[in-house]
Design a protein around this ligand. Structure first.
Ligand code: TRP
Length: 446
């Protein structure tokens, strides 16, 4: 069904861009990027990542926003109404919604952990934490079912409250969260750089020794380019569907990609000086953000305040991402079942909350879910399968299904000279690269 767009539009391009940056900047930037860059040896990996961002991430994020603006409907109806072979494309829409639903269910659990770590840091409970007991502190916490469910519930509640308020709610939230996030990143990076110096970190990040590059690193860089930009989930599509004609998609894309990359690099500059300075090995697991770092902040002046600031920052980044994961699901439920936004929000959030509890209880509190490894398995499924497939669907849809003349109309006059290159990238280059990533998953050894 069609919707009354007028009260849904972003109030201006800045609100829209901030919402997209909020979606893109998340655990992927602050936890995953510093960690995989460290694992893959630095400079050469960063170089490939930047190429992947520019030649795959940027064109596809532009494509996803464009599809959204052309459809001006929920994700599912957009794919259905803009295509001829409806069966296949409806499936792509369903897959995007499935990814958003599933990612949100466990992202909210991990995001909840930041609330506990914020509380522990600010209350001074971490001032005596050591590298020896940080793992057991973390292990005991994630094993405690009631706290897992508690924090997951708080995160879902805040997310649902903002989404229930619609685009206005999202805009207000990101206009507060994003500047704070930037400020906190700057403060933490300056404290850690002034204590330990920046030279070693910059060398590590920007010395391009291509001989160090492995095939695995290249594939990881391409995969991460998708994840960090939130493409393939319908989030950018739904945000694009509230966008007015006058906003330049290419400019918006460059801003989103640029700011997302900046935050990822800054996240490295917050952590690497401490890692190199204290010569502590980075724990090689997803818990690094909570184990190694909670100890390392103690080595900084004002450690508990800086630590608390850090976990607040991760919570802000996660919140602006969870909002953008709930929005595609809510708008789908609202439009397909023709119910009010408040009902759609309550219903969607409730179902996702229930699903998320399985992940919340899968870290040792309930044996059945722990054995099933719910959180890890869902993350594997979404990050490695439905995300690249969704990205592939979006590239092919914008490259081959949509009419060229209709697409041209989505770009402003000054963008026309770049249209041909963009079209070429989404038609050929991006799909081929995604197929290589998926092929490696099926046939590769790692
Ligand atoms: N980009 C987010 C991050 O870096 C994670 C993410 C992937 C995401 N796809 C998404 C967030 C879709 C919101 C919507 O952490």
């Amino acid at each position: 069904m069609s919707r009354n767009l007028e009260n849904r539009k972003w109030s201006n391009s800045i609100g829209f861009i901030l919402a997209c940056v909020g979606s893109a900047v998340g655990l992927g930037n602050i936890w995953k990027f510093p960690y995989i860059t460290y694992e893959n040896g630095g400079g050469a990996f960063v170089f490939v990542y930047l190429i992947a961002i520019a030649f795959v991430g940027l064109p596809i994020i532009i494509a996803e926003m464009m599809i959204g603006r052309m459809g001006s409907e929920n994700v599912y109806s957009t794919f259905k109404d803009l295509s001829k072979n409806k069966f296949i494309w409806k499936l792509v829409g369903v897959m995007c919604l499935f990814s958003a639903f599933t990612l949100l269910s466990y992202y909210s659990v991990v995001a909840g952990w930041t609330l506990e770590y914020f509380y522990k840091s600010i209350s001074g409970a971490f001032s005596s934490i050591t590298i020896e007991n940080s793992n057991s502190v973390f292990g005991e916490f994630v094993k405690d079912g009631k706290w897992q469910v508690f924090y997951h519930s708080i995160f879902m509640l805040i997310t649902a409250f903002i989404v229930y308020k619609g685009t206005k709610g999202i805009e207000t939230a990101v206009k507060v969260l994003m500047p704070l996030l930037g400020l906190f990143v700057l403060i933490i990076a300056s404290v850690s750089i002034s204590k330990y110096g920046i030279g070693h970190s910059l060398d590590f990040l920007f010395t391009f020794d291509l001989s160090k590059l492995t095939g695995h690193a290249v594939l990881e860089a391409v995969g991460h380019a998708f994840f960090t930009l939130s493409v393939g989930f319908g989030s950018m599509l739904i945000y694009g569907s509230y966008l007015s004609k006058e906003t330049s998609l290419m400019k918006a894309g460059v801003w989103i990609v640029g700011l997302d990359t900046l935050i990822a690099v800054m996240a490295c500059l917050m952590m690497y000086p401490i890692i190199f300075g204290t010569q502590m090995e980075l724990s090689k697991s997803s818990s690094m953000l909570f184990t190694t770092l909670s100890v390392q902040f103690n080595s900084l002046p004002g450690g508990s305040v800086i630590g608390a600031m850090f976990y607040a920052l991760v919570a802000f980044a996660a919140l602006s991402s969870t909002i953008s994961l709930l929005e595609p699901v809510v708008s789908f439920v609202e439009e397909i079942f023709n119910i009010s936004r408040s009902r759609a929000t309550i219903f969607s959030a409730l179902v996702i909350w229930i699903a998320g509890n399985f992940s919340a209880l899968s870290n040792g509190s309930v044996q059945f879910f722990t054995d099933l490894k719910v959180l890890d398995r869902l993350d594997f499924l979404v990050s490695n399968w439905t995300l690249p497939l969704g990205g592939l669907g979006i590239a092919l849809f914008s490259g081959w299904v949509l009419d060229r003349s209709e697409k041209v109309k989505q770009f402003l006059d000054f963008e026309q000279k770049l249209f041909g290159s963009w079209d070429f990238l989404v038609k050929y280059i991006s799909p081929v690269l995604i197929l290589v990533v998926i092929g490696n998953l099926i046939f590769g050894s790692n």
